[in-house]
Design a protein around this ligand. Structure first.
Ligand code: UDX
Length: 479
C-alpha cells in the first residue's frame, strides 16, 4: 500500500507533502516530520527552498531551528517541484498564501493554481488538505477545480484542517493544540487524517524522550473535532473573529473605564474569573494586529456579505480596533500638548511580543500617525528592527537598546507588549528622559512602581497616578 511505511505496531509513517513554506507551511511540515512522517515541503521560491535545504528556518520561532536540523535530509526535505510532491505523497497539505483583495475578500488564486497542478500531476488516490485560512466553501471550490481538470471524485478527497498556531509559540501550538479540527464528508479521508495526527490524539508523541516539552498551560490531549468541510472552514474564521471581538470588547470597556474612573485591570480580573469568559485575550491596549486577525475579520465579513448575510458586529470589531490607535494619539497629544518637534522614544515595533513580525503592527500604525504630527521618533525593539526598517526606513531612528532610545526624549511610548521591557531600570529611564513621561499602550507596567520611580505614567483604562506636581512647573522653567 503506497504512501505508508510501517513504524511499529501502532503508528504508520506517512508520506506527506506540504505546499507552501510560509509560517503555517514551514511549521506544519517540520512538526509533521517531528511526528515521524516523511515530509516534502514545496515552494516555488527557489531561493527560499535553497535556504531551507541549507538548514536556515527564515523565521524566528522557538524550537523550529532545532527540529529543522533534527529532520532535514531524513524525514524532511524541501523542493520546488510540486509534481514531485504530488507523486511523493498520499496526503497533500495546501498551505499557500491567501492574501486579501481590496474589499477584504480572500484571493484564492494560489490555492486554485495548486489544485490545478495537483490534478495534472497526481497518481493514485490523494487526500488534499486545506491548511491555509480560507473562506467557507473553498473545499468544494477545490473539488471543482480538480474536476475541471478531469479528476473524478474517486481519485481524491478534500479535507479542511485549519491551523490555530500563534506566532511566537507556533511549534508548541502545533504539537500541543487545544483542538484538532478536521472537516470532511469522506470516511476514508477522516481515517487518513486520524493516522496523520495519531501520536497527538493518543498523546504518545509527548511521551517520546526527544519530544518538544509540553507547555505548562497546554491540554494533555487535544480535543479531536470532526465536522463537515464547511463547518471546519467556518470554525477558523469564527474563532479568529471571536478572539478579535474579545480584544475590541475589552478595549471599549477600558475606554469607558477612563470616562468613569474605573480600572480595567480590576475589571478584567472580575470578568475574566468567570469560567464562561476566561481571562485570556482580555489585555487592553492599542488593539490587535498581525497577519491574521485584521485579515480574517475582513475575510469573514466579505464572505458573509457574499452570501447576503449582514454581520455588523464584524464592522464594529474593526472600528473599535482602528479607533484605539487614534485614541492613543489623542492621549499622547493631551499629555504633551503639541507633538511638533517633540522627540519621542518608542519601545516596540513588532505586532506583539515574541516575534519579529511587523505585519499590520499596531505599533507601526501608531508611529505613522505620530509622524504626521511632525515629531521625531527613536525606536527600539528586541527582534523586529530589521523588518521595521524595511517598512519605516529612515523616517525614524533606531536605538540599540531602550535606554539609548529614552535619552533626551520628551516622552517614552510603549507600543508592543515585550515582557523584557518590564525589567527596565525605571529610575535610569527617568534620568535619561528629558521629561519623565511614559505613555503605555500595552499596560505593561505597575502604576505604583512607575510613580515611585518619579515617572508620570499614562496607560489604557487605568487612572494615572500623579507624580510630584512640581515636575510640570519645573519642566516649563527648564524650557
Ligand atoms: C492569531 C491567533 O491567536 C491564532 O490562533 C491564529 O492561528 C493566527 O492568529 P497571532 O496573530 O500570532 O495568532 O497573534 P495573537 O497572539 O493572537 O495576537 C494577535 C494580536 O492581538 C496581537 O497584536 C496582540 O498584541 C493582540 N492582543 C492579543 C491584544 O491586544 N490583547 C490580548 O489580550 C491578546
Amino acid at each position: 500500500m503506497s504512501g505508508f511505511v510501517l513504524l511499529g505496531e501502532k503508528q504508520e509513517k506517512m508520506q506527506i507533502s506540504v505546499i507552501g513554506s510560509g509560517y503555517v507551511g514551514l511549521v506544519a511540515a517540520t512538526c509533521l516530520a517531528e511526528l515521524g512522517h516523511k515530509v516534502v515541503c514545496v515552494d516555488n521560491d527557489a531561493a527560499k527552498i535553497a535556504t531551507l535545504n541549507a538548514g536556515d528556518t527564515l523565521i524566528h520561532e522557538d524550537c523550529l531551528q532545532e527540529l529543522l536540523s533534527r529532520h532535514r535530509g531524513d524525514g524532511l526535505s524541501f523542493s520546488t517541484s510540486l509534481a514531485e510532491a504530488a507523486r511523493h505523497a498520499r496526503v497533500i497539505f495546501i498551505a499557500v498564501g491567501t492574501p486579501s483583495c481590496d474589499d477584504g475578500s480572500v484571493d484564492l488564486s494560489y490555492v486554485e493554481a495548486v489544485a490545478r497542478s495537483l490534478a495534472d500531476s497526481s497518481d493514485g488516490f490523494k487526500v488534499i488538505v486545506e491548511k491555509s485560512t480560507v473562506p467557507v466553501y473553498t473545499s468544494e471550490w477545490i473539488q471543482k477545480a480538480m474536476a475541471r481538470k478531469g479528476r473524478n471524485s474517486g481519485e481524491f478527497d478534500v479535507v479542511s484542517n485549519p491551523e490555530f498556531l500563534r506566532e511566537g509559540t507556533a511549534v508548541t501550538d502545533f504539537l500541543y493544540p487545544d483542538r484538532i479540527v478536521v472537516g470532511t464528508n469522506s470516511v476514508r479521508a477522516a481515517g487518513v487524517m486520524r493516522e496523520v495526527y495519531a501520536s497527538l490524539i493518543d498523546g504518545s508523541y509527548s511521551q517520546q524522550a526527544s519530544a518538544v516539552p509540553r507547555p505548562e498551560r497546554a491540554r494533555s490531549l487535544p480535543i479531536y473535532v470532526e465536522t463537515s468541510p464547511r463547518s471546519a472552514e467556518l470554525i477558523k474564521h469564527a474563532s479568529n473573529a471571536f478572539l478579535a471581538l474579545k480584544i475590541s470588547f475589552i478595549n471599549a470597556v477600558a475606554n469607558f473605564c477612563e470616562s468613569v474612573g474605573a480600572d480595567i485591570e480590576e475589571v478584567c480580573r472580575g470578568i475574566g474569573s468567570d469560567s464562561r469568559i476566561g481571562s485570556d485575550f482580555l489585555r487592553a491596549g492599542i488593539g490587535y494586529g498581525g497577519s491574521c486577525f485584521p485579515k480574517d475579520v475582513a475575510a469573514f465579513r466579505a464572505v458573509t456579505h457574499e452570501f447576503g448575510f449582514e454581520f455588523p458586529l464584524l464592522d464594529e470589531i474593526k472600528r473599535i480596533n482602528d479607533q484605539q490607535r487614534a485614541r492613543f494619539i489623542r492621549k499622547v497629544r493631551g499629555v504633551l500638548r503639541t507633538l511638533k518637534n517633540k522627540r519621542l522614544a518608542v519601545l516596540g515595533l513588532a505586532f506583539k511580543d515574541g516575534t519579529d513580525d511587523v505585519r499590520e503592527s499596531p505599533a507601526i500604525k501608531v508611529i505613522d500617525l505620530l509622524l504626521q504630527e511632525k515629531c521625531e521618533i527613536v525606536a527600539f525593539d528586541p527582534a523586529a528592527m530589521d523588518r521595521a526598517r524595511q517598512v519605516l526606513g529612515s523616517r525614524i531612528s533606531y536605538a540599540p537598546d531602550a535606554y539609548v532610545a529614552a535619552k533626551g526624549a520628551d516622552a517614552l511610548l510603549v507600543l508592543t507588549e515585550w515582557k523584557e521591557f518590564t525589567n527596565l531600570d525605571l529610575v535610569r529611564i527617568k534620568r535619561l528622559l528629558r521629561s519623565p513621561v511614559v505613555l503605555d499602550g500595552r499596560n505593561l507596567f505597575d502604576r505604583a512602581e512607575m510613580a515611585a520611580a518619579g515617572l508620570n505614567y499614562h496607560s489604557i483604562g487605568r487612572r494615572t497616578l500623579e507624580v510630584a506636581h512640581s515636575f510640570v512647573k519645573k519642566r516649563h522653567i527648564a524650557r
